[in-house]
Design a protein around this ligand. Sequence first.
Ligand code: HEC
Length: 156
Amino acid sequence: MHAALSWLAAGLFAAGARAAEASDPAAPSFYYDLGPESIDVSKYPWTQRENYEVFKKNCQVCHTLARPINAPYVDRRDWGKFIREMHVRKKEWTNSPFAQGEAEVVIRFLVFDARIRKIERRMEFEENARRLRAEFNRLKKEGRARKPVPEDSRSR
Ligand code: HEC
């Protein structure tokens, strides 16, 4: 094969391999997908431990819990906005128990938990975020990260 052609073929092969990896549903879309998928709630008040169960039930339907757990958001406005604008659009989910009243419970949990882990232990949280971002950037360079779902296909 001509040198330039084999070089092109090799490049295309590599691009194909990358695309296959990036389309893997397990590939991360956000750096926060790479962090832990659970929270140690053993020292939380019992109401918040119950709220955590509601959070777990609802928030790993479409992605892992790592996404909300390691996301930088802390306040009620942000969580409310994500839950309303992003997620409730999906039909099956709109008809789930979540849409019928569990959203407020989840928001209460997320705001409480953010105060403990993301505000009171901010140094630790930010150090972890730095580590996750570095890892995510490395995966992105290797073509092993996915783009978040574009706005117009979120509800599909
Ligand atoms: C119906 C499917 C679905 C469910 C259920 C769901 N998510 Fe998501 N979530 C998505 C999709 C899709 C994205 C990526 C969306 C985008 O394009 O921003 C996402 C992204 C996120 C992000 C990252 C947003 C950003 O732009 O930084 C957070 C945080 C999040 N979800 C939290 C939650 C929480 C909390 C719950 C439970 C209340 C939840 N998700 C349940 C589909 C879902």
